[in-house]
Ligand binder design. Structure first.
Ligand code: F6P
Length: 571
């Protein structure tokens, strides 16, 4: 309580940025819970009370003493924290907090394949899949990688033939969540390198998703990958059934073996579906769905861009793993980014974080990160099952720059809430139109500068006067034209978007999510929250399909009303 009141006094120096602090109901949101957590939070709270913060200049991150040192590089990425909203003293306290939470040991536990997922009693050993694979799983991972190489090489060279000897020109990946978002985002991001068959992605159970994809394809030249770790996800199975039916319009059951591949840990179910045993690539319990693009779930990436690019992606991720595992907390990019966001969310009351890639090819990154971040850390009980008393995950959103500048950036600049931003910036384009890339980069840098520096009312007024506007009008308009500034942002840059840098970028975000889960004392690797909706949909579906014998008797009135509307519309 006391902490928060004091915090608000300080924060009120910048009311437009941290309005939420004024709300008294927030006072116990960050209250510590278990003992170590409690002590560390208290220390940080008391330190914070002593800090006098007037504006971002009092909170300049200096990793050392000068601004240039606020840039850290690893695995092809450079992180610029000079416009982050934190200073060395606060960061030091956060590092102490991280030490109290045993973060260094936890990082080793993750990378070493310990059972970090305590509600499903599993490891989350996605780092074992990178290049080179970890010792514990080397044999099975290497065997699978050989299989990925063999399949992708044969498809790309035209050796893999479909019905009637046709060359496969199109691949459809049918999957959802982690079995879709990762390979979809990476395939789009590496489109410059795509020189294999066209890869399409179908995820939604809305029939129009598959239908519109099939419209331009022919069964004999199309191969379907059914991507499902569990092989029990309704959306995927429904789409797989429809796709199989479509294939059978042009071929016999026996021909399907050249047209369907599955990636799943449920071998039995995949074979039962009719996939040739040889065409079932494995998945493992120790890899979570949203961390699975590094496994055979990444097959579409290898098919589209070639095995070398797929391998480079794994190598880039491994380089980030090495950085994460071997650097002290103070020199560790995912750790610093994770702690910085803890600061924003738990102490500066940030409700959401925007990720803005200044790269058209990276436009799906925010969608991908939504699952990675929010399915991992959107939790409200601690690892011990106790309700957490501090805030956890913020909402992740964003879209490609410069597109967003002409829609939601207004809110970033002048909205009542301060939303921290990650700018992702590849400096060099694959396009020959260098002048356009200069436009793109200039816009990114201008957005970062504008968010940080803003524009004061007096400058806005002076500009209006210089433009010949009357005194009275200048005074009136200046208040609307001024921007508060002091809005935290981080630039995450790379020379150019390629498989290696992309692997490092994704691994960086994965590790940042893990760091935050440790600080919040939650399990980042389960997702029980998605189950309830799945459970409830079955009896509703039975009602919609008019099979009242299976429908639950106690359907609530709202659901019953809309079921009836659906039945009327469709009868
Ligand atoms: O519903 C959530 C989820 O379980 C995700 O975690 C997962 O990535 C997705 O569904 C797909 O699961 P599967 O690969 O088993 O079809």
């Amino acid at each position: 309580m006391a902490f928060f009141s004091n915090l608000c006094v300080i924060m009120n120096l910048r009311p437009s940025n941290l309005i939420i602090c004024e709300n008294d109901t927030m006072t116990d949101v960050n209250a510590p819970q278990h003992a170590a957590h409690s002590l560390a939070l208290q220390q940080l709270y008391s330190h914070y009370q002593a800090v006098k913060i007037n504006d971002i200049n009092d909170l300049k991150f200096s990793h050392g003493s000068v601004e240039e040192n606020a840039r850290l590089s690893a695995a092809g990425l450079t992180i610029d924290l000079s416009r982050a909203f934190i200073n060395q003293e606060i960061l030091d306290e956060l590092i102490l907090f991280a030490e109290t939470m045993g973060l260094s040991d936890q990082i080793q536990a993750l990378i070493g394949g310990a059972e970090v997922n305590n509600t499903e009693q599993r490891a989350a050993h996605h780092t074992a899949l990178r290049c080179p694979p970890a010792k514990q799983h080397r044999a099975e991972v290497t065997a699978t990688q050989h299989k990925i190489k063999g399949i992708s090489d044969r498809l790309r060279s035209g050796q893999w033939r479909g019905h009637g000897g046709s060359v496969i020109t199109d691949i459809i990946n049918i999957g959802i969540g982690g079995s879709d978002l990762g390979p979809r985002m990476i395939t789009h991001a590496l489109s410059h390198f795509a020189d294999g068959p066209n890869v399409h992605f179908v995820a939604n159970v809305d029939p129009r998703d598959l239908e519109t994809t099939l419209q331009v394809l022919a069964p004999s030249t199309t191969l379907i990958i059914i991507s499902s770790k569990s092989f029990s996800t309704t959306e995927t199975l429904e789409n797989a059934l429809s796709a199989r039916k479509w294939l059978l319009t042009e071929m016999n059951q026996d021909d399907l073996s050249n047209h369907i591949i599955a990636v799943s840990s449920n071998n039995e179910k995949a074979i039962e579906f009719g996939v040739n045993a040889e065409n079932v690539l494995p998945m493992w319990d120790w890899v979570g769905g949203r961390y699975s693009l590094w496994s055979a779930i990444g097959l579409p990436i290898a098919i589209a861009t070639g095995y070398q690019n797929y391998n480079d992606l794994l190598a880039g991720a491994h380089a980030m793993d090495e950085h994460f595992a071997n650097n002290s907390l103070t020199n560790n990019i995912p750790v610093l980014l994770g702690l910085l966001e803890i600061w924003y969310i738990n102490y500066c009351s940030a409700n959401s974080i925007a990720v803005l890639p200044y790269s058209h090819e990276l436009r799906l990154l925010p969608d991908y990160l939504q699952q990675l971040v929010m399915e991992s850390n959107g939790k409200q009980v601690s690892k011990d099952g106790e309700p957490v008393k501090h805030r956890t995950c913020a909402t992740i959103w964003g879209s490609a720059g410069t597109i967003g500048q002409h829609s939601f950036h207004q809110l970033l600049h002048q909205g009542t809430e301060s939303i921290p931003v990650d700018f992702i910036l590849p400096l060099k384009s694959h396009s020959h139109e260098k002048h356009k890339q200069a436009h793109l980069v200039a816009n990114c840098l201008a957005q970062s500068k504008a968010l940080t520096e803003g524009k004061s009312i007096s400058i806005a007024e002076q500009e209006l006067l210089n433009a010949g506007v009357s005194n009275e009008e200048a005074q009136r308009l200046a208040k609307h034209k001024a921007s508060p500034g002091n809005r935290a942002n981080t630039i995450i840059a790379m020379d150019q978007l390629n498989a290696k840098n992309l692997g490092a970028l994704v691994a960086m975000y994965e590790h940042k999510v893990f760091v935050q889960s440790i600080m919040w004392n939650i399990n980042a690797f389960d997702q029980w929250g998605v189950e309830l909706g799945k459970q409830l949909s079955t009896p509703i579906l039975n009602t919609l399909q008019n099979d009242n014998s299976k429908a639950t008797a106690d359907t609530d009135k709202t659901t019953a009303f809309w079921c009836e509307q659906f039945i009327n519309q469709n009868s």
